[in-house]
Design a protein around this ligand. Structure first.
Ligand SMILES: NC(=O)C1=CN([C@@H]2O[C@H](COP(=O)(O)OP(=O)(O)OC[C@H]3O[C@@H](n4cnc5c(N)ncnc54)[C@H](O)[C@@H]3O)[C@@H](O)[C@H]2O)C=CC1
Ligand SMILES: O=C(O)CCC(=O)C(=O)O
Length: 526
């Protein structure tokens, strides 16, 4: 019989499901070394946010087939390490949406009316009605950063409370925002105008310290911030200073840069701050939902069935998967690339399946393309199962076309993304069994393997331009690994594709477009 280790408190409903197919051991509060010592005995690990599943733990899990995260965020799991070992990582994308949204709303109201401190005051025998005069949320402006599942629910309740809604989410369409009753605005405007700011975004390199001394300085002295998303999106030292100096009115935090919260200035800010110990998902209902959702997936995977919310491995039949696997990687890479070239908000993605891919069997490649396209927005939380729904929610129209007559390669894939900043296209194929090559960018033929950091330029094909670009990059200490020019006619327009060793330093793109003859430059990280 399989063995499952449950290392965080999980609702009994989940344990009951696991017990149908496995021996279940519940061992909470294990230290990393203790977990490493025992994990080798288990086929599955079920966690909440308390267990950090590091690469070391994954390496020690020699029998592990699946890691189940009873919740949304999988940032406490080293997903790439699990993927490398062929371990499925599953989560529950929707089981705690309402709980987290309600917690954010409760925090907003509690902060406005000083409920926690007033409660403590009465319980200690006082009757102080002066200290706790609050503010109404009615007719105030709520700025929602991240209009996904939780942000959208917060929006609909806040609307009913008479609040004006601004939102910032670069991956959501205006139509979708309007449906929810929000006006999409740039982040700076949201910071300047909002009376309340609530964060509902993942923690990514782009969102880390999104709230910092500089952005706090843009806010009104009456602004209150709520973070029930992830610790680290707010620079806690800068927040504490801003509250102390009266630059903003207060904050309510459920999540912290380091959890459990240790010594922190945040604890000393009195009634202007509310702190809860990562309780967003802690409702009876949500805990039942996520426990069932994840336990069912663990049971299925242990029975050899696909998982419905795998964040790393598609829930497709193994035979189809085996055949399409190299092309799935191609589709994801092209989706990620074309999304970054298009920039802004993508409205339409056209996927053309060419040559031997022009069959119904290749449909998963459309999903894989979408997964790649959405990677910048959702990181490891977009998967083959939710990519379609996530695209639909963002108002992205997907057009699928087939052309069996294209025979340059056995099979190739062309993606075209149209968005608020224009249209871009990329084509790719496999060389040999699985070596990915980009064969066309924006209609210009090239033949380069994608690399982690790339730079593309659109320029006039004229003498000296390559040298100038090379010297400019050199002056910024950017090392070029390879470079290729694609052109249709001599001295016409051309595309240059460069693989570079490191990400481009800030500000250099603007310098590149100042080089005479270079019209546009794009940098991507794959
Ligand atoms: N406190 C708690 O106990 C809980 C916390 N969470 C956290 O709440 C957050 C939101 O969860 P969901 O709404 O379920 O996720 P979601 O994926 O439905 O929504 C996230 C939204 O953020 C947007 N986004 C991504 N990068 C962005 C950026 N740089 N700027 C603005 N928007 C950006 C995405 O387009 C997406 O619409 C996650 O971080 C999740 O881990 C979720 C449940 C419980
Ligand atoms: O498991 C928990 O209580 C935390 C939930 C959470 O943060 C999430 O689902 O992302």
């Amino acid at each position: 019989m399989s063995k499952v280790l449950v290392s965080d408190p999980i609702d009994q409903a989940g344990i009951d499901i696991l017990s149908q197919v496995a021996t279940v051991d519940i061992k909470t509060g294990l230290k990393p070394a203790e977990l490493i010592e025992i994990i080798g005995d288990y086929d599955a690990l079920m966690i909440r946010s308390g267990t950090r599943v590091t690469e070391e733990i994954i390496e020690a899990g020699t029998q592990l087939k699946i890691i189940g995260r009873a919740g949304v965020g999988v940032d406490n799991v080293d997903v790439p390490a699990a993927t490398r070992k062929g371990i499925v990582v599953v989560n529950s994308p929707e089981g705690n949406t309402i709980a987290a949204a309600e917690h954010a709303l409760a925090m907003m109201l509690a902060l406005s009316r000083h409920i926690p401190d007033a409660n403590v005051s009465v319980k200690s025998g006082e009757w102080d009605r002066k200290t706790f005069v609050g503010a109404e949320v009615y007719k105030k402006t709520l700025g929602i950063v991240g209009l996904g599942k939780i942000g959208s629910h917060v929006a609909s309740v806040a609307k009913a409370m008479g609040m004006k809604l601004l939102a910032y989410d670069p991956f959501i369409s205006n139509e979708r925002a309007e449906q929810i009753g929000c006006q999409l605005v740039e982040l700076d405007l949201l910071f300047q105008q909002a009376d309340y700011i609530t964060l509902h975004i993942p923690k990514t390199p782009e969102t880390t310290h999104l709230i910092n001394a500089a952005t706090l300085a843009k806010m009104k002295p009456t602004t209150r911030i709520i973070n029930c998303a992830r610790g680290g999106i707010i620079d806690e030292a800068a927040l504490a200073a801003a509250i102390k100096e009266g630059k903003i009115a207060g904050a309510a935090l459920d999540v912290f840069e380091s959890e459990p919260l240790g010594e922190s200035e945040l604890r000393s800010l009195g009634k202007d701050i509310i702190l809860t110990p990562h309780l967003g998902a802690s409702t009876t209902e949500a805990q039942v939902n996520v426990a069932i959702d994840v336990a069912e997936q663990i049971r299925d995977v242990l029975l050899g069935l696909p998982a419905r919310s795998a964040v790393n491995i598609p829930g497709l039949g193994p035979d189809v998967l085996e055949e399409l696997k190299p092309y799935m990687q191609l589709a994801e890479t092209l989706g990620n690339l074309v999304g970054q070239l298009a920039g802004g908000r993508v409205e339409t993605l056209t996927v053309r399946l060419q040559g031997e891919l022009a069959t119904n069997k290749s449909q998963p490649l459309v999903v894989a393309s979408l997964k790649g396209l959405l990677y910048q927005a959702l990181r490891e939380r977009v998967n083959y199962v939710n990519a379609n729904i996530e695209a639909k929610e963002r108002g992205i129209r997907v057009i699928e076309t087939r052309d069996a007559s294209v025979r340059d390669y056995a099979g190739s894939l062309r993606l075209e993304a149209t968005g608020t900043l224009g249209t871009h296209s990329v084509t790719g194929a496999l060389l040999g069994e699985k070596e990915i090559h980009l064969t066309d960018v924006d209609g210009f033929p090239i033949n380069v393997p994608p690399s982690k950091h790339m730079l593309f330029t659109l320029h006039r094909d004229m003498p000296g331009i390559i040298g100038k670009l090379g010297s400019l990059l050199g002056s910024f200490n950017v090392n070029i690994a390879s470079m290729q020019v694609g052109r249709k006619i001599v001295r016409g327009d051309a595309v240059m594709a460069l693989s570079i060793d490191d990400p481009l330093p800030d500000g250099i793109l603007a310098e590149i477009t100042k080089v005479p003859g270079i019209r546009d430059a794009y940098t991507v990280t794959l």
